[in-house]
Design a protein around this ligand. Structure first.
Ligand SMILES: C[S@@+](CC[C@H](N)C(=O)[O-])C[C@H]1O[C@@H](n2cnc3c(N)ncnc32)[C@H](O)[C@@H]1O
Length: 263
């Protein structure tokens, strides 16, 4: 399959055209099984996700990564271990989500399950560090206290370039009606992910020139970020309207990039 293309059709069929061991990173923001959208109506989200994990394990390069988006239970009670390793369950915390629950605690996060095929080959921590909000006095005190890493005593070190973002991501907000990057108000909450969220994943788990697959590409957020970060992209999308929107989005980025070359 050619890179830097979006293919119209069903992921479960299109994926068979991808060569084995050829993809560096998969960003899978498909059905969650919770909304009224036709494409989101899957009878059993865990079985659905296990099926995807099996298909993805064939096409990922050894050491390649998969980030699978869903609700808190999206990989419960399924055995993905014969196919991929789970490295972390990342919580995408959304404190501003409306607290509508009456019978249970309101769910305030999406799960992003981070897998790799064998040991992950790429984790570019320096590209995703976040600000470290520590008072100087606290920092000086901490730096005097020995820390234990792998049984060895060392000094607690602070990195001036920032810290590891950790596995609870509360610093990246969901898009709202006021977000400049929102492409259409109709798509709010059901479709478009913030570029910053996808950017963190792409920076951490791929390098320039790598190939990133988005099997549920929507309005092309992954493609847009790949374009900006010089990664190759392959996308699948079942809705032709979203493919048109993506093409316009990418065309705008290309024009901006060309324009900036002449400045
Ligand atoms: C949550 S949206 C993805 C949004 C995307 N991350 C973005 O920011 O634009 C999921 C997308 O998957 C598409 N989709 C659902 N089932 C599909 C399938 N079996 N094959 C291909 N695309 C599918 C839907 O049309 C929808 O656009």
């Amino acid at each position: 399959m050619k890179v830097n293309e979006i293919y119209l059709g069903n992921t479960f069929e299109l994926i068979n055209q991808i060569e084995s061991d050829s993809i560096d990173l998969i960003i899978c923001d498909g059905p969650y099984g919770v909304t009224a959208n036709d494409w989101d109506k899957v009878p059993d989200i865990q079985t659905y996700n296990l099926e995807l994990i099996k298909l993805f394990s064939r096409i990922l390069k050894p050491g390649g990564a998969l980030y699978l988006f869903g609700k808190d239970n999206c990989i419960d009670f399924i055995d993905y271990r014969p196919y991929l390793n789970i490295n972390r369950k990342i919580i995408w915390f959304q404190p501003s989500r409306l607290a509508q629950g009456r019978l249970n605690y309101t769910n305030n996060y999406d799960l992003i399950a981070y897998f790799s095929k064998g040991k992950a080959k790429t984790y570019n921590l320096d590209d995703i560090r976040v600000a470290q909000l520590v008072e100087l006095e606290h920092r000086l005190r901490c730096e005097k206290v020995p820390s234990v890493t792998n049984g060895q005593f060392g000094k607690t070190k602070f990195n001036d370039d920032g810290k590891n973002p950790g596995d609870v991501w509360g610093d990246i907000k969901q898009l709202t009606y006021k977000s400049k990057e929102l492409i259409s108000r109709d798509l709010l909450n059901t479709i478009q992910k913030p570029e910053k969220l996808i950017e963190r994943i792409i920076k951490a788990s791929s390098n320039e020139g790598d190939t990133v697959l988005d099997p549920f590409s929507g309005v092309g957020t992954t493609y847009a970020v790949c374009k900006k970060l010089k990664r190759n992209f392959i996308g699948f999308e079942i809705n032709p309207k979203y493919i048109e929107i993506t093409k316009e989005r990418i065309h705008k980025i290309e024009l901006e990039q060309e324009y900036s070359l002449f400045k």
